[in-house]
Design a protein around this ligand. Structure first.
Ligand code: NDP
Length: 489
């Protein structure tokens, strides 16, 4: 396999502050590694305190002005950015592939395009964000929807462009500024989002990018100049950031991990259900928060399901992510690959049957083949903990009641899916499942028009759709007395 790096992956500088690239050599070096080869394809520096202060000051200054800009004008800038992003979809997708290792076949349709959808959607609704008129007899009241101020966005490494846009678009539409810290594993793509927003006319200081590891995220989460923190990451990080933000009662959005169930009933269309399980476990090499990693299949269909799944896995084309024929890429990092290998070993040791996959490819880069475990029971480690890799576990169940109870037996609550041809059952089961984002005869669709987020330990707040507006704005109520004020003395 040859993967020549012909693309300029070294950013102009590490950070994007106040409308321009900014370098600061004093910060620790972060190497950018191409997951398909392990090659170092760029270097950035962690933001030092001085850079963080500079960004917060620029954001505060810029946000005060931005809040006064008409929402229609804000929306126009976001829409223009969406258009530029679509025009540059290919180079942005190639960069996303270098940053994450995800196959170009995927990044061409799921990353910059999804980012553009968010910019377009929130650009479109910006002008329609209004308050209410509340009649009170002679008197009346009205509400205004005001921005929160300066928001910090902290991203995971699996969708660096999409996460930056899903946070920035509603924040900016509502009149906020955003300082975004990408994961240290994928520092490249958010810088391009910043460049595009500037080009589209966004005033300086409103969308800034600071590189760094956890401590930079932690500094933002506690900074008195930050009004809101929106994190996409794991539950343990979410707990830390939520607690840190609580010190000043900052607003938060927490998009965290999951261990989501998919219930496949005997009457399901077999190939659709298998297709859903593939989309819900192996897209992005399984590194998706909402994945349906616990696949509960009803007893009458279970063996055929596993057989068909195994057959369909032969369609996985593992190889050079930049070759558009490839549909399965490497893990994002050596560390993530080792975490997944650890779970594969635990699965076997605890008695699950490894039907196929889970093999490390003998080549450079972080390659694991897609794995299916059968005969998984609810107490096994692979059934309880988020793996975040290409590992699908099949469980057998008999009754609807049992399936629902076992599906809900987890502290997580991000997503859930049901495959059945019985429409009453589909809605009944979904009604019982404890998850924020659900699918019927489908899995992992994330259109910007639909709210996305979790319940239980999987998160707080929602991204996308009109629901996101609630999390990037606050309501001011104004009582208007029309008559005289009657005081008791
Ligand atoms: P992590 O929780 O390790 O990191 C998430 C982000 O938080 C990174 O930018 C990280 O920086 C930063 N961070 C780490 N420690 C702190 C801290 N103390 N204070 C502030 N920020 C901190 O998650 P991963 O990057 O490993 O991503 C995988 C996880 O993300 C999975 O659990 C997955 O389910 C979840 N996820 C959730 C999604 C959702 O929408 N619900 C979507 C995508 C992923 P750094 O990495 O540089 O250390």
């Amino acid at each position: 396999m040859t993967m020549d790096i012909e693309y300029d992956t070294q950013p102009k500088a590490s950070h994007y502050v106040d409308g321009a690239y900014l370098e600061d050599d004093a910060g620790e070096v972060i190497e950018v590694i191409y997951p398909a080869t392990g090659a170092v394809i760029g270097r950035v520096h962690q933001a030092t305190d001085g850079v963080i202060e500079k960004a917060v000051a620029a954001a505060r200054r810029a946000q005060a002005e931005w809040a006064k800009v008409s929402p229609r004008e804000r929306g126009r800038i976001l829409t223009r950015a969406a258009q530029i992003m679509r025009e540059r979809n290919r180079p942005l997708s190639v960069l996303e592939t270098y940053d994450t290792g995800k196959p170009l076949q995927e990044t061409l349709v799921a990353d910059a395009t999804s980012g553009a959808d968010a910019l377009e959607y929130f650009g479109g609704i910006a002008a329609g964000l209004t308050g209410e008129h509340i009649p009170l007899g002679e008197d009346w009241a009205y509400t205004m929807r005001e921005p929160l101020g300066v928001c910090a966005g902290i991203g995971a490494w699996n969708y660096p462009t999409q996460i930056a846009c899903w946070k920035a678009a509603p924040a900016l539409a509502c009149g906020n500024a955003m300082i975004f810290k990408p994961s240290e594993t994928t520092p490249l793509c958010a810088l391009k989002v910043a460049e595009i927003l500037t080009e589209a006319g966004l005033p300086d200081g409103l969308f800034q990018v600071l590189q760094g590891m956890g401590p930079v995220g932690a500094a933002l989460s506690t900074h008195p100049g930050i009004d809101k923190v929106s994190l996409t990451g794991s539950v343990p990080t979410g707990q830390k950031v939520y607690a840190a933000a609580a010190g000043e009662l900052k607003h938060v959005t927490m998009e965290l991990g999951g261990k989501s169930p998919m219930l496949v009933f005997n009457d399901a269309d077999l190939d659709d259900a298998v297709g859903g399980a593939i989309l819900g476990n192996f897209y992005s090499s399984g590194q998706i928060c909402s994945n349906g990693t616990r696949v509960f299949v009803q007893k009458g269909l279970k063996d055929r399901f596993v057989e068909r799944l195994q057959e369909r896995l032969e369609g996985a084309v593992i190889g050079d992510p930049l070759d558009e024929a490839t549909n399965f890429g490497p893990m994002v990092s050596q560390r993530q690959m080792e975490i997944v290998q650890g779970y594969l070993e635990k699965g076997v040791a605890e008695g699950a049957r490894l039907v196929t996959g889970g093999k490390r490819l003998d080549q450079d880069g972080f390659w694991l083949t897609p794995a299916i475990f059968d005969g998984v029971t609810d107490e096994m480690t692979i059934a309880r903990e988020e793996i975040f890799g290409p590992v699908l576990s099949v469980f057998e169940f008999e009754t609807e009641e049992e399936g629902i109870a076992r599906a809900n037996d987890t502290p997580f609550g991000l997503s859930a899916g049901v495959f059945t041809r019985d429409i009453s059952r589909a809605h009944r089961v979904i009604g019982e499942l404890q998850a924020g984002t659900c699918f019927i005869n489908s899995y992992n669709d994330a259109p910007v028009e639909m709210p996305f987020g979790g319940v239980k330990m999987s998160g707080v707040g929602r991204e996308n759709a009109k629901a996101a507006i609630e999390h990037y704005s606050q309501v001011k109520s104004v009582y208007v007395r029309m008559g005289r004020v009657e005081a008791p003395f």
